[in-house]
Design a protein around this ligand. Structure first.
Ligand SMILES: [Zn+2]
Length: 404
């Protein structure tokens, strides 16, 4: 049940039901392609004729196309519907405190080229300049990708989506930065900037492969230079009144703990970020020292040493896993999600410490079922942040119309 807001509503127009049914048809094609009109009619519980009206509208708009699927026995080629992903592409960018990556994808978020990376410049102006310098040739070198429909940028930090501003990023050290205006001016493309973990959960919500989607709250926890949490409820992103919903990374586990990049002490992030893992391994103070990339072995190095059987490396990861589980228990108590996705470098070692993560969660989950909340690891190779950036551009085409 959802309340109708008398101060902000969308009245149903004569075309509204058709618009809703067209979006349902479009999403069925997206999820089940290749699919025939007869199959669509069966799934939707309507007559073939009604489906054809909707499909013809989608064909005219260029969102779907009709193609053959294999050879039919009597020589007649049955036609099937597909989402039109040819001759159109999206640019996806992920700005992390240490590295920035770029990829070109189709409109379903499938990468069309190898991901390219460069070290993130310290200043936002230099960042924009470097990005623009790299984007131009990417598109010029691949004319076959066709029209680029937009640039999606996922960035670590708090983003005011409507105003298009990065309000604050503790790990980048940026405050109130407008990334949209200069990128739009330099590329001539529509630009959407979003918090990287909000983008990650958006990509999971819209994923057509992998686990079946779940209703209710679903979260994505990204553990990297910082710790970010993206939340979707019934397929819609939770932003909050000031865009800070999901900042569990800065919820303290211990108010007397190590200093965090945000200025507080003992945040979840201060215990499980990449730099915390390095600090724990070296036995140094975990407190924030002004850089997301401290000297010493990286998470990848520590994972490799643990796999070689080094005790210290394995203990470091198992202890980190326990803190990870403790933080997850806060999140589970706040949201009771149906599924938690976890991404970041730490997933490389998931098999080594999954049991201590579960232990930290179970110990503080109040009831047994909460301690057993489903955790899905999203591997680094799946590039969840870049997929998220691509979803920022592509998802609005498939979204449900807002009515009432
Ligand atoms: Zn913090």
């Amino acid at each position: 049940m959802r309340r109708i807001n008398p101060a902000a509503f969308q009245i149903a127009r004569r075309e509204t039901s058709r618009e809703i049914n067209r979006q349902i048809t479009l999403n069925l094609v997206r999820e089940k392609q290749p699919i025939s009109r007869a199959e669509l009619a069966r799934l939707m519980g309507v007559r073939r004729g009604a489906v054809s009206l909707l499909v013809n509208e989608l064909l005219r708009s260029g969102l779907v196309f009709e193609g053959a699927k294999g050879e039919s026995k009597r020589g007649r080629r049955p036609t099937h519907l597909y989402i039109e992903t040819r001759r159109r592409c999206a640019l996806a960018v992920d700005i992390n405190a240490t590295r920035t990556s770029i990829v070109v994808t189709d409109l379903l978020g499938e990468p069309l080229i190898e991901v390219s990376e460069f070290p993130t410049p310290r200043r936002p102006q230099a960042m924009v300049k470097e990005l623009v310098r790299r984007i131009g040739p990417l598109l010029a070198d691949h004319p076959g990708f066709g029209q680029c429909v937009g640039l999606g940028v996922a960035v670590s930090g708090i983003v005011d989506l409507e105003g298009g501003r990065l309000r604050y990023s503790p790990t980048l050290g940026w405050r109130d930065v407008d990334l949209v205006t200069p990128l739009k001016a330099a590329t001539g493309l529509p630009v959407v900037v979003e918090n990287s973990v909000k983008a990650c959960i958006l990509a999971q919500v819209w994923a057509v492969t992998g686990d079946a989607p779940v209703d209710g709250p679903v979260v994505f926890v990204n553990i990297s230079d910082g710790v970010g949490v993206g939340i979707a409820i019934d397929g819609k992103l939770l932003r909050g009144a000031n865009n800070i919903a999901g900042e569990f990374g800065h919820v303290p586990l211990n108010m007397y703990g190590p200093a965090c990049s945000c200025g507080q002490r003992g945040c979840w992030e201060a215990y499980v970020s990449k730099r915390a893992i390095t600090g724990r391994y070296l036995g140094t103070d975990l407190s924030w020292s002004g850089s997301a990339e401290p000297s010493g072995p990286t998470v990848k190095d520590i994972v490799a040493r643990a796999r070689e059987g080094e005790r210290r490396a394995l203990d470091t990861l198992r202890e980190t896993g326990y803190y990870l589980g403790r933080g997850l228990s806060t999140l589970v108590k706040a949201l009771d999600p149906g599924r938690v996705y976890v991404g970041g470098e730490i997933t490389l070692a998931w098999d080594l410490f999954a049991s201590t993560v579960r232990e930290g969660l179970r110990e503080h989950a109040l009831i047994r079922e909460a301690g057993e909340t489903e955790i899905c690891v999203v591997p680094l190779g799946a590039h969840p942040r870049l997929r998220g950036a691509a979803a920022l551009v592509s998802a609005p085409t498939f979204a449900a119309p807002t009515v009432a």
